[in-house]
Structures are given as structure tokens and as C-alpha cells.
Design a protein around this ligand. Structure first.
Ligand code: TYM
Length: 324
């Protein structure tokens, strides 16, 4: 079930519309999403159902979802090659989620680091969705029979749980799901600008990240204010390595070894290189923002294609479980 008619294997990944897409998301996952389109049948999902596990109002969720789809298109997700869709628009994710919820012991869900973090982060909103979050993630992937999943390091524990769930299902019913493989990028963990010992994240506030949609003044200010202790400089250098020039990168490293690196020079050069990278991306964002119907059509066409794949697999899964 895992190879499609063209012989390519299926790959799935998702991103939550809970705020601005930032360089951590891009370097940790989305850059890989773009590159992997050549080798796999890719399904990329804006996981709006997962976003409901945080306190988010309807208008914000709608806006974030639309903008995130635009950002993904602008960064290079090609709807002619890959399926781009909204999680909630494809029924089947939640049906398989329920089947998985009934297979997974609560204790395994309670062990998840992200669940424990979220309980601390939003103590007044420890909803059941936070706990069962990884079962829905497993359903997202396995409903398509996907075998490959490009993510950042923080999602590895959830992917391990997906493997556990696939094994439990296979043992109880029939060997149906394949073992999934995570695909990590070189930059598995991009660190925060304001707290370089933590990963770049929306939840650490706006000065933690550079958003794909940030304007030049904001980016300049954020990089200028970035913490430049040992871990901070290492993170800025890592970012410069990706966006900047190799010869200058090597010189910065030599200067650092001689304790002669000027943080302001590194920051100025990094700002220039990030702005250069984002210029054509933001031009495309502007185009898609001005053509919302085009974006809506891409998402609904994507959902239709995904639905066909999901329906076919769900029928077989329901038969195995005894629902049909
Ligand atoms: P999300 O929306 O938090 O993040 C999207 C992707 O960005 C990666 N990422 C990072 N990588 C490196 N450094 C960082 N600082 C950084 N911050 C974020 C994440 O690892 C992720 O790959 N639960 C998932 C969404 C999801 C999903 C799925 C993913 C739902 N269903 C099925 C894969 C397969 C999440 O919250 O990602």
C-alpha cells in the first residue's frame, strides 16, 4: 500500500497554524519538505485540528491557517508536485485517531515530553487533546500509509509513538502499517535568539524567532538584540553558515578562535544575508496574499486528492478492525 502508481514512496508532514512560520520551522523541517518533493509523493498538511489544543480564537485560527498555506507556497511547496491541504478538510484523520486512542495506554501518552511541557505552559488549559495529540499525529501519517516523515528534532518522540501504535495495530489485527522513518535536516534544532539554550519557538515570544513575514526593520532589530553569549554566537554563526557567504563564514570562525570576532559585524552580515534570502520569498507571499481564492483552490484541490487516498486506506482499516 505504500508505493503509489508512479513507484514513489509516500511522505507526510504537518505544521501547526499557531503563529508565524519562523526560521526554526524552515530550517528544521520546511526546507526538507521542499527538497524532498523530488524523491517522494508528498502530502503536506496545515494541522489546524492540532492547533485547537492551545487557546486560539476562530478568527486567528482562520488567519493563521491561510497565512501558513501562503508561506509554504512561497517557500517552495509546489502544488503541482505535492498535495498541500488542511488537516480538518480530510475526514479520516479523526476516525483513525479514535481507533488509535483505543489502542494506546494513557500512561504512554503521559510520558510525552511535549505533553508535560504544555501542562506547565498552560496549566489552566490541560485539555484532553493535549494528551491524545500524538495519536492524531500518528493517524495523520498512517492514514496515507506514509513511510517517511521530515521533522525537527522535537517531534522525534511523537514519531516513536507512531511506530509503537503501528506495531500495536499490526499485532492485534494484521500487519498493515509500515515502520515509519523520520527524516531530519542538518539543522535539527535552531536555537532561540533571546534564549540560545532553548529552541527557537513562538512560545518564547517574538524576540525568540525571525518570522518569514518579518519586515527588514524588525529583523534588523531582532538580530541586533540577539543574546551573544557563547551559545548565542554559535547559533548566529550556524545561521550565517546557511544564509551567508562561505569565505566570510570561515573568517568569522577564525576570528572567533582568536577571540577577535566582533559580534556587531557578525550580526550585520547575518541581517544582510537573511534579508537577501527572504526578499524573493516575501515577494511571493505578497502575491499569494493578494490572491486568496487561488490559495483556497490549491487547498481544496489538495484535500480532494488526499481524501481519495485516505478513504481507500480507511476502508481497509475499518474492515480489519471489524467496523465493516
Ligand atoms: P510544529 O508546528 O511545532 O513545527 C513544524 C516543524 O518545525 C520543526 N521545528 C523546528 N526545527 C528545528 N528547530 C526549531 N527551533 C524548530 N521549531 C519547530 C518541528 O520539528 C516540525 O517538524 N506536531 C507537529 C505537527 C504535526 C506533524 C504531524 C508533524 C502534526 N501531525 C504528522 C509530522 C507528522 C508540530 O507541532 O510541529
Amino acid at each position: 500500500m505504500n508505493k503509489n502508481s508512479n513507484g514513489m514512496k509516500t511522505l507526510f508532514s504537518g505544521i501547526k497554524p499557531t503563529g508565524q512560520l519562523h526560521l526554526g520551522n524552515y530550517l528544521g523541517a520546511i526546507k526538507n519538505w521542499v527538497d524532498l518533493q523530488k524523491k517522494y509523493d508528498c502530502i503536506y498538511s496545515v494541522v489546524d485540528l492540532h492547533a485547537l489544543t492551545i487557546d486560539i480564537d476562530a478568527a486567528t485560527l482562520r488567519k493563521n491557517t491561510r497565512e501558513l498555506a501562503v508561506d509554504l507556497l512561497a517557500l517552495g511547496i509546489n502544488p503541482k508536485k505535492s498535495i498541500l491541504c488542511k488537516q480538518s478538510e480530510v475526514t479520516g484523520h479523526t476516525e483513525l485517531d479514535w481507533i488509535f486512542n483505543c489502542l494506546i495506554p494513557v500512561a504512554e501518552l503521559e510520558r510525552m515530553t511535549q505533553y508535560k511541557d504544555m501542562c506547565v505552559r498552560q496549566p489552566k488549559n490541560v485539555n484532553a487533546g493535549l494528551l491524545t495529540y500524538p495519536a492524531l499525529m500518528a493517524a495523520d501519517i498512517l492514514i496515507y500509509g506514509a513511510e517517511y516523515v521530515p521533522v525537527g528534532e522535537d517531534q522525534l518522540q511523537h514519531l516513536e509513538l507512531t511506530r509503537v501504535l503501528a506495531r500495536k495495530f499490526n499485532n492485534k489485527y494484521k500487519k498493515y502499517f509500515a515502520e515509519i522513518q523520520p527524516i531530519l535536516s542538518k539543522n535539527i534544532r535552531v536555537m532561540s535568539l533571546n534564549a540560545p539554550n532553548k529552541k527557537m519557538s513562538k512560545s518564547l515570544g517574538e524576540t525568540s524567532y525571525i518570522a518569514i513575514r518579518d519586515n527588514a526593520a524588525t529583523i534588523t532589530k531582532k538580530i541586533k538584540k540577539a543574546v551573544a553569549d557563547e551559545a548565542g554566537v554559535k547559533n548566529l554563526l550556524e545561521l550565517y553558515k546557511i544564509f551567508g557567504e562561505t569565505t566570510k563564514y570561515k573568517k568569522f570562525n577564525r576570528d572567533l578562535a582568536k577571540k577577535q570576532l566582533m559580534n556587531s559585524t557578525l550580526k550585520d552580515e547575518l541581517t544582510k544575508s537573511v534579508l537577501k534570502f527572504l526578499k524573493p520569498v516575501q515577494k511571493k507571499i505578497k502575491y499569494y496574499d493578494a490572491h486568496p481564492l487561488e490559495v483556497e483552490k490549491i487547498l481544496s484541490d489538495g484535500a480532494k486528492k488526499a481524501q481519495v487516498l485516505a478513504d481507500k486506506n480507511l476502508l481497509e482499516i475499518k474492515k480489519l478492525v471489524g467496523l465493516i
